[in-house]
Write a protein that binds this ligand. Structure first.
Ligand code: FE2
Ligand code: FE2
Length: 210
């Protein structure tokens, strides 16, 4: 039997991950105390870094080469990703309890930037992609999208596109894994900071166009 996930094309996948990011933010907002807020924020950052990394590694080069407006779209998107990475880098490693208002404000800033970027991807870029590329090709692309090896922590000084971006991702992944395990071992907000399904398992698909 074919599962919902196997029926997805890359557009479905990106939309599902956007839903997951919004859910991660809701977990942050509803977290009962600072330790849980901190853990929920780090989970959101991790998901956003992975999502952005997959887009930069697989989706954006494809859009750049396939769509008439690809260069325009991706130049703008890469700039938005860079700004998000810089903001996440500032927040990643901050201690919620020592500056709760600043932490909240920085997280709110990241979400505002993210929602604007999502609005453009969902309102313009992804519909244009569906209009120009066959469903089969988008399904094939999703296999590469889901299997891309990406970092889990923000690296704002790393290249965002091209061969050097792939090299930077490959070099950073093992180091990020070590840093993630240290964070998990010292986590104050509990074992499960965000009661979220893994983002690749979301079944709510929005905007399936064809
Ligand atoms: Fe993006
Ligand atoms: Fe996205």
């Amino acid at each position: 039997m074919v599962t919902e996930e196997e029926k997805r094309d890359v557009v479905d996948q990106v939309l599902a991950e956007h839903v997951g990011l919004k859910e991660a933010h809701n977990n942050y907002l509803s977290a009962p105390d600072g330790a849980h807020k901190e853990a929920a924020a780090y989970e959101l950052i991790k998901r956003l870094v992975q999502h952005g990394g997959r887009e930069e590694a697989v989706l954006y080069p494809f859009i750049r080469s396939k769509l008439p407006k690809g260069k325009e779209y991706i130049d703008r998107s890469v700039k938005a990703h860079q700004e998000l990475n810089e903001a996440m880098y500032q927040l990643d490693g901050m201690d919620y309890s020592s500056a709760p208002r600043l932490f909240d404000a920085m997280l709110a800033h990241i979400m505002k930037e993210l929602l604007e970027h999502i609005k453009e991807e969902e309102g313009t870029v992804l519909p244009d992609l569906r209009a120009h590329v066959s469903r089969q090709e988008l399904m094939d692309l999703n296999k590469n999208f889901k299997s891309a090896i990406v970092t889990t922590r923000p690296h704002p000084s790393a290249p965002r596109e091209g061969f050097m971006a792939a090299v930077a991702q490959a070099l950073s992944v093992p180091l990020d894994k070590v840093r993630d395990s240290i964070r998990a071992a010292t986590r104050k907000g509990g074992e499960s900071p965000a009661e979220l399904k893994p983002e690749l398992e979301h079944t709510e698909i929005q905007g399936r166009g064809r």
